[in-house]
Design a protein around this ligand. Structure first.
Ligand SMILES: [Zn+2]
Ligand SMILES: [Zn+2]
Length: 306
């Protein structure tokens, strides 16, 4: 099957998976009362999921992996080329997941690399979309290390969209606000039960539950935290213990230079920028509500005309 066809199929599966997870969050919520349009929803959807992903895909594939692939003859090490596609997917799934575990653990122990990861921990209301909030540098490192070997080692091109789909599916699942117990499977597969604790603001979990897809790494390396109960429901029980900007660009600026948003408001240029986002959001909401108000008139005019 061509890569284009697989992209269409994996996108459809992903759409269905998103609907399924959103419905599951409504039926069996881990934290009750979490709104669908929770704090940071639009930042995560528009900036991280759509805009950042779009540009990073071009950067990573066309400007990093592409030139690396073309500058050497990799034919001598393409040992996966003759494996069945399912085995290739499994191989890259497991090896990359181990890498992610180790790098994630390193990010929590290094002051410098923590700055590339704190954005992911900044949300206080965690749901299926929260996994998308990842610092630009973190994505460049992780996705280059994820996809470069797939291309260089000669895997079937369809492995890329399949792997990307599995990443997104697991990302949605482990962050989803769903109360689910995997039973014995939890020793092998990661779930919200373990990963939501990783997003909680408790000293006990700051160096625990680093796994992404396979929780087995946490059990193997002794970094699992599974007390059998959920974290508290107060805002201070979640996210970071320090103030963190809510805006996409300020979040990235904050990783380079620490600043106090409130103190920065004394500068007029900052004030203008700071107020731009809520201003735009309010205008969009106003525009949408005006259209909604107009709809019954449109319907009645159709009736008159009809
Ligand atoms: Zn983390
Ligand atoms: Zn997470």
């Amino acid at each position: 099957m061509s890569q284009e066809k697989v992209v269409v199929i994996t996108t459809l599966i992903l759409g269905c998976w998103a609907i399924f997870i959103i419905a599951w969050e409504r039926i069996a919520p881990y934290r009750k009362g979490l709104p669908f349009f929770r704090e940071g929803f639009w930042t995560d959807l528009v900036w991280y999921t759509i805009i950042q992903s779009y540009f990073l895909k071009i950067l990573i594939f066309d400007y990093i992996i592409g030139p690396v692939q073309k500058s050497f003859d990799w034919s001598g090490i393409q040992f996966v080329a003759h494996w069945p596609v399912a085995v290739q997917v499994l191989f890259f799934l497991v090896t990359h997941d181990l890498y992610i575990y180790l790098f994630h653990r390193f990010q929590h122990s290094s002051k410098f690399f923590w700055r590339t990861h704190e954005a992911h921990h900044s949300g206080k209301q965690i749901d299926f979309l929260s996994g998308s909030r990842s610092h630009i540098v973190e994505i460049i490192i992780n996705q280059t290390i994820e996809f470069a070997p797939i291309i260089i080692l000669g895997a079937d091109p369809v492995v890329i969209p399949i792997k990307a789909m599995l990443d997104a599916m697991f990302g949605m699942f482990i962050h989803a606000n769903i109360s689910v117990k995997l039973g014995k499977l939890k020793y092998f597969l990661n779930s919200p039960e373990l990963h939501l604790w990783h997003h909680a603001n408790y000293r006990e979990v700051f160096h625990a539950n680093f796994s992404t897809k396979f929780s087995i790494w946490d059990y193997l390396f002794g970094t699992v935290y599974d007390p059998g109960f959920a974290p508290g429901n107060e805002p201070e029980n979640w996210g970071l213990h320090y103030d963190y900007p809510k805006d996409y660009f300020l979040q990235h600026a904050f990783s380079v230079k620490r600043f106090d948003e409130k103190k920065m408001l004394r500068y007029s240029w900052f004030r203008k920028y700071y107020k731009l986002r809520p201003l735009l959001a309010n205008s969009i909401v106003r525009l949408l509500s005006r259209r909604r108000d107009r709809r019954p008139q449109e319907v009645s005019s159709h009736i008159v005309n009809g």
